[in-house]
Each structure stands twice: as C-alpha cells, then as structure tokens.
Design a binder for this molecule. Structure first.
Ligand SMILES: NC(=O)c1ccc[n+]([C@@H]2O[C@H](COP(=O)([O-])OP(=O)(O)OC[C@H]3O[C@@H](n4cnc5c(N)ncnc54)[C@H](OP(=O)(O)O)[C@@H]3O)[C@@H](O)[C@H]2O)c1
Length: 200
C-alpha cells in the first residue's frame, strides 16, 4: 500500500516504521515545506492523521481536496487537562474530522495505546495480541485499516460506525486518567468475556 502520514512525531514514527517493515511504502510529512500536502498526495491507499487534536480540523480542512475518496485514519486523542474530553458536549474528534473532509472515509483507530505499545513487534501481552477497536462508516476503508492493524500483529475489533467514535475517544480519556493519573492497572477493569453478558 501507499500510505501518507500527516505529522512527523512519535505516532508517525511508530506506525510508519511498522508499516514499512510490513512492506508498505510510507511518506510522512510535517508542517514545514509543504510536507503535509506531499504526504496526503502520496497516501492513495491510506492517510494517517497524527497531529495534535488542536490542529486536526485546520490540517484536514486545508487538505480537503486531496483527501477526497481517501481512507483517513484518525488516531487523535482529544484529551485535555485533568484527562477531560476537549470535545465534551459536541461531536467526537473523528466526526469533526469527517465534517472537515466530507468526501474522505474516516476510520478511528490506534488511539487507545501509548506510542511505545505501537512500537512493539508484535504488541502481545500474556500471549494475547492487542485488540484494536475500529469505528467507521465505509466498509472498504475499514477493510484497509483491518489489514494495517493485522500488519502490526494486532487484532482488529469492529466497534461500530463513526457515531460510536466518541465512545472510543472517551475510553481513551478514562484509561489515560487511570494509567497516568492514578497509576492504576486499567486493564483490570474489564471482566473476561464469559462474565460480560446480560447480568451486567
Ligand atoms: N503519543 C502517544 O502515546 C499517542 C497515543 C495514541 C494517540 N496519540 C495521538 O496521536 C497524535 C499525534 O501524537 P504524537 O505523540 O505523535 O505527537 P507528537 O510527537 O507531538 O507529534 C505531533 C506532530 O504534529 C505536528 N503538529 C503539531 N502542531 C501542528 C499544527 N498546528 N499543524 C500541523 N502539524 C502540527 C508536529 O509538527 P512539529 O514537529 O513541526 O511540531 C509533529 O509532527 C495526537 O493527536 C495524539 O493524541 C498519541
């Protein structure tokens, strides 16, 4: 695949390195010297948005003509001070991105884990591959992102349409608050599947 990455920071490097290792062509671009545009133009199979939440709408709106018809992967976390959601009371970050580029196929993914987890080869814990929830409305785009998830050695999980992306973003805020704010083992909050039935 030809993958463009908007941003040249930690997430860009972690996921870009994994996808190159898997045999994909990756071009990452930053905000200097037209790099963002160059990366977006290159990403004919997928474009990863890896800039801070505060910048996403401006970046995406500026590239809107290039992003038409593209698979646009949103890994951003709209998490602010006190681990609160910067989008509280309004649309999810992924929905705002979709509104800024209505002809792109936005898929929410890769936002739940720290950048160092995305550098692992593979991210497997206690023998179990990391599961990656995906939210999106376009089946072809979801299929592309599922493949990119599997290329990391992870398992994609169907988490619903883009209207559910706010739940994944809120989950990130909750987990980060537990991990970073409390030093807690957030993984311990979910019971095994056998106990996750309608007794809840
Ligand atoms: N770090 C994590 O553990 C983690 C995990 C999951 C999701 N995420 C999400 O992934 C995204 C990227 O995080 P990161 O850790 O990779 O951040 P980062 O290392 O700080 O890199 C951010 C990138 O965005 C660029 N950027 C900053 N402001 C910009 C603007 N106004 N316009 C255009 N580009 C701008 C930066 O460019 P310059 O170098 O020129 O400043 C840099 O290339 C964030 O939305 C974050 O919430 C991060």
């Amino acid at each position: 695949m030809r993958i463009g990455i908007l941003g040249t920071g930690g997430m860009s490097d972690a996921l870009g390195t994994q996808w190159r290792r898997a045999g994909h062509e990756v071009v990452a671009g930053g905000r200097s010297a037209g790099g963002l545009r160059e990366a977006a133009v290159f990403g004919t199979d997928a474009v990863l948005l890896a800039v801070p939440y505060a910048a996403v709408v401006e970046v995406v709106a500026g590239l809107e003509p290039v992003l038409r018809g593209r698979v646009l992967i949103d890994c951003t976390n709209p998490v602010g001070p006190g681990f609160g959601l910067l989008t509280a009371g309004g649309p999810a970050a992924a929905q705002r991105i979709a509104a800024a580029a209505p002809a792109a196929h936005v898929v929410k993914a890769f936002n739940l884990c720290h950048v160092d987890v995305w550098r692992m080869t593979p991210p497997v814990f206690d023998g179990r591959p990391l599961a990656v929830p995906l939210c999106g409305d376009d089946e072809a785009a979801l299929s592309v992102v599922r493949r990119l998830v599997r290329d990391l050695g992870c398992e994609p999980l169907n988490a619903g349409g883009l209207d559910r992306s706010g739940l994944v973003e809120a989950t990130a805020a909750l987990l980060i608050g537990l991990w970073v704010g409390e030093g807690a083992d957030a993984q311990a909050i979910a019971p095994p599947l056998a106990f996750a039935d309608d007794r809840a």
